[in-house]
Every structure is written in C-alpha cells, then in structure tokens.
Design a protein around this ligand. Structure first.
Ligand SMILES: [Zn+2]
Length: 410
C-alpha cells in the first residue's frame, strides 16, 4: 500500500495511553556485498534496544508483540529490498498498517511511544504534491498518478478518438485533403487531452503535473492548455509513448519532482527571510513559529533537517512553549517536557495540512534559528469583526475591511 496525506493525518491523531505505539521504518541498504546480512544484524539490535527500553512500561506486552512481529516481517522486507517500508502498529488497539515508501529514508528505525513517529513520512509527504504524469503523442494519451514513488496508471480517464480507417489510404489521389483531415484529428485529440487535464486539476485528482512527449507534440498541446493547467505543469521529459517503460516514466517524473521541490524550497527560504525582515508575513525562530502555529496563521512551515529543541507541552490544553516552564502560561496546569519539539508539532502540522519543507545546510536559515514559517495572514492585524463576517464578505467578492492582509505564495 502507498501512503497518502489523509492516512498520515489519521495516524497523527492516534494515541495509545499506555505508550504501546510501535513505528518501524525500513530503508534498504545500497546493494553491495553482505549488505543483506548487515541489515539483518542491525534489525536485531534495534529490536533488542527497543525492548530494553520497555522495562517498567505500561504497554510493554503489546509493544513486545509488535516488535516481534516487525522482526518476523523484516525478513521479507530484506529480500525484496528495493522499497522503503513503514509499519505502524499497536497490538493493544488491534492496529497493524504496512506501507511502501520510496527508498530515500534517512535510515532504518524502530520507535515505541504514545504516538507514532511521523517525521520521516512527513519529510517525504509534507512537500510532495499530488502529481499527474501525462504521456501524449498524436493519437494516444496515458495518465498516471505519482504518489511517494509509486506510479499508477489511470484507466478510463481518457477515451482515444475513434479513427476511421487509415488516413494515408487517401494519399494516392487526395493528399491535400487527407493531410487536412489528419491535422484536424490531431488538433481534436490534443484539445481532448487538455480538457481531461483541466478536469483532473479541478477535481483535485492532481495538483501538479508532468508531461512526457516529443517536442513536436508539446508545441501542439501547449496552445490548447487552460492557463491554470499550464501553470501547474512542473516539468517535461522526452518520451515515446509506445515504447517507454514504467521504470523510465517513474525515474523521469521523480527527478522532475525533486528539481521542482528544491527550487521551491530555495524560493520559500528566501521569501520567509525577506518577509520576516519587512512585511510581517513571515516569522523565524521557535518561539514565534509556535505562537503563529497556535494562532492558525501558518501556511508553510520550514524546518532545518537536523533541527532539535526542547520545549514543554501543557498536559491540559496542549499549549507548546519554547520556554521550559513547569506551569502552562495559558491555563496554569502542569506541563511536561518535550525532547524534540519538531516531532511534537508534526501531528498539528499534518492535521491542518500545512505545507512543510525540510531545509538542509543553509547558513542563512541557520542564523535565524533553523525554523521559520510563512503566514497566510497576521491575526494581530485583524480588526475585530464578527466571526463569519469575513467569510460573507469573501463570498460577496468584496475586499476585506481594515488592515487584514491576506497572503498567498502560490
Ligand atoms: Zn495549558
């Protein structure tokens, strides 16, 4: 099974009060000598370590059963080791979920706790749009979904035009007419493809798309594209629809998504830095980011790949605070320490579908605290208007009153 954002959101809600939630990530080793054997040894070590940590633990029996089961399953993961894998399990609550992941995880990990460890999948999925891959030539079109390294062909989305006879049969006595007819057929075909694309984007089947075709067909499809379909195109590769293999399609598409992601990450970092300095539509540093998250202002979250910081979480209201205080500043109840605040904010980020990018080795970003956010609006600029009024105004197509500023980076 391939993971979706919706599934991650569900997992982010899961909690086992006895801390018997087991998370396992499997990253296959690079194919080299004895890698297989090393993996098996590593897995046993991880399991032993996890089990040792369970002593005096409420969910011990449940977690032990799951860790044993992970060990048994891992033999199979090892032998078809081209995929990454994720397992989310809690025997006490009768839960066992296995997912395929692209083999680009930071490493193999086994964790036990109250909640599932979601950082590795959030890293993969937080900034991974729903991508369609469209292959086209004069007569054919094939549409695929690319989800976390899995490519699936969409059947029945596109019905090829019925072609009557072979057009070149006319060439002997009416070459001109036949050519016009062929050109017209091709135009109709590309128009139909553009129509399917527009519809797929409108229905949210995909948010971005990639085109695989020959140059000559690109120039025929392009004028037919709806402006927002043209905008949602993130890259092109050269493809012969009849002969390209699934592996080739996947490799090309994956590469283009990565290029697009790193370009988008680069733009976002420079945007957040300049906004934080000038317009107030960006915030940097843990304290301000936590505050903006609680206000529901955050549109895009940027976190340093290795960002780690302590914080406290209120046991009553869930408030997160960068200051390690024993009493919640919001409701005065007791707090508990959070060892990795980047992990603690993830369920909230995932639940609200906030676009999340992990930033690697960026000295500028490092200087501002390795965590930052772009805001959709600043709530401290909102004038007190009755709730619902803003919505009604928006529906009526009128401008927002006062100084409420909206921000869209896309
Ligand atoms: Zn509180």
């Amino acid at each position: 099974m391939t993971m979706t954002r919706e599934q991650i959101r569900e997992l982010a809600q899961f909690e086992d009060p006895k801390a018997g939630a087991v998370t396992f990530y499997f990253q296959p080793a690079a194919p080299r000598n004895k890698a297989h054997k090393e993996d098996a040894i590593l897995l046993k070590d991880l399991a032993r370590e996890a089990l040792r940590g369970l002593e005096g633990h409420g969910g011990k029996d449940s977690a032990r059963a799951d860790v044993d089961r992970v060990l048994r399953r891992s033999g199979e993961f090892l032998s078809n080791g081209s995929h990454g894998k994720a397992v989310f399990a809690c025997a006490a609550q009768n839960l066992w979920l296995e997912y395929d992941l692209p083999a680009t995880l930071a490493g193999t990990q086994l964790c036990v706790g109250r909640q599932f460890h979601l950082k590795p999948v959030a890293r993969l999925l937080g900034a991974f749009p729903r991508v369609g891959v469209v292959l086209v030539d004069r007569h054919r079109a094939r549409i695929f979904d690319l989800r976390l390294g899995e490519l699936t062909e969409r059947e029945g989305l596109f019905q090829p035009l019925s072609r009557k006879g072979r057009s070149d049969g006319y060439a002997g006595y009416d070459g001109g007419h036949a050519q016009r007819r062929v050109n017209d057929e091709a135009r109709q075909h590309f128009k139909a493809v553009a129509g399917v694309l527009k519809e797929s984007l409108e229905k949210g089947l995909f948010e971005k798309w990639i085109l695989g075709c020959q140059e000559v067909h690109h120039s025929q499809l392009e004028p037919q594209l709806h402006p927002y379909a043209a905008q949602a195109l993130i890259g092109r590769f050269s493809a012969d629809v009849a002969h390209i293999t699934l592996g080739e399609i996947k490799a090309n598409a994956q590469h283009l998504v990565e290029l697009w992601q790193s370009e988008r990450r680069r733009q976002l970092v420079s945007q957040v830095l300049s906004h934080a300095r000038s317009s107030g539509k960006g915030v940097t540093g843990l304290r301000r980011v936590l505050h903006s998250l609680e206000l529901g202002e955050v549109q895009t979250l940027l976190i340093g790949e290795n960002f780690q910081a302590h914080a406290v979480e209120c046991t009553a209201c869930g408030h997160l605070d960068a200051h390690v205080v024993s009493q919640c500043p919001v409701c005065d109840k007791a707090t508990q320490e959070v060892v990795d605040v980047a992990e603690a904010i993830l369920p909230r980020v995932i639940r609200r579908d906030i676009e999340t990018f992990y930033v690697k080795d960026d000295p500028e970003f490092d200087k501002v605290g390795n965590i930052a956010a772009l805001l959709r609006f600043r709530s401290d600029n909102v004038q007190p208007i009755a709730s619902g009024a803003a919505e009604q105004l928006e529906k009526a197509g009128k401008a927002y009153p006062g100084r409420l500023r909206r921000f869209a980076s896309r």
